[in-house]
Write a protein that binds this ligand. Structure first.
Ligand SMILES: Cc1ncc(COP(=O)(O)O)c(C=O)c1O
Length: 502
């Protein structure tokens, strides 16, 4: 039996064995009735512990693919075997056979893993994309909430319209005007975070086998969603001016994508902003090739010096841009309120999906947000965040400079949440994660942000908004110590010639 084990992979060895056996069972290389090798002999031939094989067999059994009988060994099951089972015996449900191909194939749960990591108390976490907890406007929210519960009629406890609470849509139209986007309340639909917008876009536009273009690197949640809808996700490289529009045209001709997903302002993870010139180039290519543009803008209003160039939506004169934004990065993630503005035909499809999926966003949250914006609290809060996050960014850049290890470089973000840090060549990523983990520091490895998952081991994403500002310097010191410990001396001699993304 040929099972190749990759001892450097992140996937545990028992899972590699299980996955390979599962493949062989599904492809009939191991047909029903086949007796799998005894645990001890398979363990010996694979040079692994017997307990590793036992665990792999147990997983196969839990999935209903094999059964084990004392004296007979582990036997591959089939549906037909059901009839021959002893009275009262029920086969375990073979869940894997019931999942659709796209969902069965998507095993990575990076978002869930980060949510778990960022929960630890003694950890210095540069991993998540979370606003500063100390800046949550709790007192103001409490005051508004008390007021709402005192004064508001029953309306706050009923269903809202599918498209969202109309006054909040008006308030969002006000926020959009500040971003130079002319959209009335009726041009918006409120969503449960922009993640829901990405999911709806996938459901509206993607058929299995379609191609979607994304920046490379890009937000991993989007890669996950598009892929689970069956899309081929193809990356367009970026440089310090954002998406490489010169490369884009060739990819458009070759792949005829369904749409392009882009984060043009303070991109996640690179922090880069698409220049004005390239924004026009991207739109002109979109017009020429009839390419919808899905613009995701969670970070644009969080600028530190001057306002960035206008969103693509503000520059689009022909209704090609679908624009998503959210309150997750400006207020707090748990609100789960975001929105879309798009041409009416597209907006109607988003509203239809909203109705089918969960009817509407939580009504009290919409009332709360609307009051927060109308009272001017939102504008004040954003002004505070700009100032605070600029300070945190500076602390991180200063610490990176102070503890720099040869071969590392990074960008200076002008807004948003992230520093994208290049590592010395050839560093073994999982060793770096382990060495940093020993020092109780976490970050996000770069490959999460690449559609093919094989690139990106040259970079890590460091978030500076979430940690207590006083922890930034010790955290970066430990991070750089972990880099030094992980890299070989030869790697450290190689300074990169590559300009960091600015
Ligand atoms: C680029 C990008 N898009 C979407 C999201 C999801 O945002 P929301 O919480 O509004 O669903 C995030 C969150 O990290 C993000 O960085």
């Amino acid at each position: 039996m040929r099972i190749v084990i990759n001892r450097n992979a992140d996937t545990p060895i028992y899972l590699q064995i299980k996955n390979r056996l599962r493949e062989m069972i599904f492809s009939d290389v191991l047909p029903a009735g086949t007796i799998l090798p005894p645990e001890r002999s398979l363990a010996k031939s694979l040079e692994v512990n017997r307990s590793t094989v036992i665990k792999a067999y147990q997983e196969l059994k839990a999935d209903g693919l094999v059964d084990s009988h004392v004296g007979k060994g582990t036997i591959v099951l089939s549906q037909a075997k059901q009839a021959a089972l002893p009275d009262g015996y029920i086969n375990p449900l073979p869940w894997y056979q019931l999942f659709t191909e796209t969902i069965a194939g998507s095993n990575d749960n990076i978002i869930g893993d980060i949510m778990a990591i960022t929960g630890g108390d003694d950890l210095i976490s540069f991993a998540g994309g979370i606003p500063a907890p100390s800046l949550y406007p709790v007192e103001i929210m409490r005051e508004i909430q008390a007021d709402l519960y005192r004064k508001t009629s029953r309306e706050m406890f009923l269903h809202s319209p599918v498209e969202g609470h109309y006054p909040l849509r008006e308030s969002i139209s006000y926020l959009l005007r500040q971003r130079q986007i002319a959209a009335s309340a009726k041009d918006t639909v409120i969503l449960s975070g922009s993640q829901q917008g990405l999911d709806f876009a996938a459901r509206i536009f993607i058929r299995p086998g379609d191609t979607v273009l994304v920046e490379e690197p890009t937000f991993f949640g989007a890669i996950q969603i598009f892929r689970s809808a069956g899309a081929r996700v193809i990356g367009v490289p970026i440089d310090q001016d954002g998406l490489r529009t010169d490369v884009l045209e060739a990819l458009l001709v070759r792949h005829r994508p369904k749409f392009i997903y882009t984060l043009p302002t303070f991109q996640n993870p690179s922090g880069v902003t698409l220049s004005l010139e390239r924004r026009y180039q991207l739109l002109n290519l979109a017009y020429q090739y009839q390419l919808p543009v899905l613009e995701d803008d969670p970070y644009g209003e969080l600028y530190y010096d001057s306002a960035p160039v206008p969103p693509l939506k503000a520059l689009d004169r022909h209704g090609y841009v679908i624009y998503l934004s959210t309150f997750s990065k400006s207020l707090f993630l748990g609100l789960r309120v975001g929105w879309i503005t798009a041409p009416p035909q597209v907006l109607a499809k988003f509203a239809h999906l909203k109705q089918m999926t969960d009817l509407h966003v939580n009504t009290p949250a919409q009332f709360l947000l609307d009051a927060f914006i109308r009272r001017g609290d939102y504008d004040n809060h954003i002004a505070l965040l700009r100032q605070e996050y600029a300070g945190r960014r500076d602390r991180m850049l200063e610490a990176l400079g102070k503890y720099k290890v040869p071969g590392t470089s990074w960008n200076k973000p002008l807004g948003g949440y992230y520093v994208w840090c290049r590592l010395p060549d050839n560093i073994v990523r999982h060793k770096l994660v382990a060495n940093a983990g020993k020092r109780r520091v976490v970050f996000l490895p770069g490959e999460a942000f690449y559609p093919d998952g094989t690139q990106g081991d040259t970079h890590v994403r460091l978030n500076y908004t979430f940690v207590n500002p006083d922890q930034i310097e010790p955290g970066i010191k430990h991070f750089m110590q972990a880099v030094r410990e992980t890299a070989t001396d030869r790697d450290l001699e190689n300074e990169h010639n590559i300009k960091p993304l600015v």
